[in-house]
Design a protein around this ligand. Sequence first.
Ligand code: ADP
Ligand code: MG
Length: 355
Amino acid sequence: MGLFSSQIGARDMAIDLGTANTLVYVRGRGIVVSEPSVVAMDTNTGAVHAVGSEAKRMIGRTPASISAIRPLRHGVIADFEVTEQMLRYFIRRVHQSRFAHPRLVMCAPSGVTDVEKRAVIEASLSAGARRVHLIEEPIAAAIGAGLAIEEPVGNMVVDVGGGTTEVAVISLGGIVVAESVRTGGYELDEAIAGYIKREHGIAIGQQTAEDIKLSIGTAGPQEDEASAEVRGRDLVSGLPKSVMLTAEEVRGALEAPLVEIIDAVKETLERTPPELAADIAERGILLAGGGVLLQGFDERIREETGMPASLAESPLTCVAVGSGRSLEEFETIARAGADGASRTRAKRLAQRVRT
Ligand code: ADP
Ligand code: MG
């Protein structure tokens, strides 16, 4: 039986199930899926119309019989069945065969409850996984960025995702201090939409708000600041209307949610033991997750904390890469068996990767 199941599970995988994007890493192949976490479904029959970027394009544009759903909110599963369908779709896309039951490493935000973790495991199992290990997201991000997290040295990771910000201090392969807030990229989008509604009397959709953030959003003054024309619906006349927005206006709109993110970083630093804080002051803060790509974000973090801070080489993929790497390590150790050194390593890994 062992032989049979290990053949079926030849393509074990790691999944970064994010509020905004889901990435799938396959052992020996790297990242093979990177799609928005969106499913378009028929509201009457429950049939899946589209998943990923095709479904994301439908947000705000669906007829009554179809709805485009984001099954995760603030890093946790909000719609269990839709999450399961989405996972099933991504797993199938990698495996093609209906009979493949891979072993999975799934990331879970460090701030979630046991019940929420359980939901991730259950959804993965019913989507076809044979076995599921969980890895904490900040640890995965640190591994993916190449930090030497096993050492007795403090590293700080700030991961700004779609609906959460996770801040963690890691030493000896484990999380020492962590803070998680339910503010991420979407809260920034909502702040832009709210501002345009209040100040200009125009309603815009979620996608338009995100586009504005990506094109002229900033976390602090920049040298060349652009303006952008925004189209929406006039709240009084009900007709299409456009307005010019400056980068400064958008910055003002972003300030409140941005401060929540920055405060989470500051509070975590205040709670960090002095030795580790000294390490962070020397090594700097690692910035991961799509939200840190906001122009001027790293600069703002440096200003506000007085610490060095820099973006991960690939902020959007480092969690998936790190989970994938932990999967490969786990395999090696499981196979290497029982010599002393690998047993110690296995024990440490087991602290990180839990079943
Ligand atoms: P999650 O892990 O929660 O799925 P991601 O790490 O994939 O989230 O990040 C998604 C968020 O990053 C979205 O809110 C998106 O708008 C934001 N984002 C992506 N690129 C940029 C950018 N260049 N500037 C600002 N925000 C960005
Ligand atoms: Mg993430």
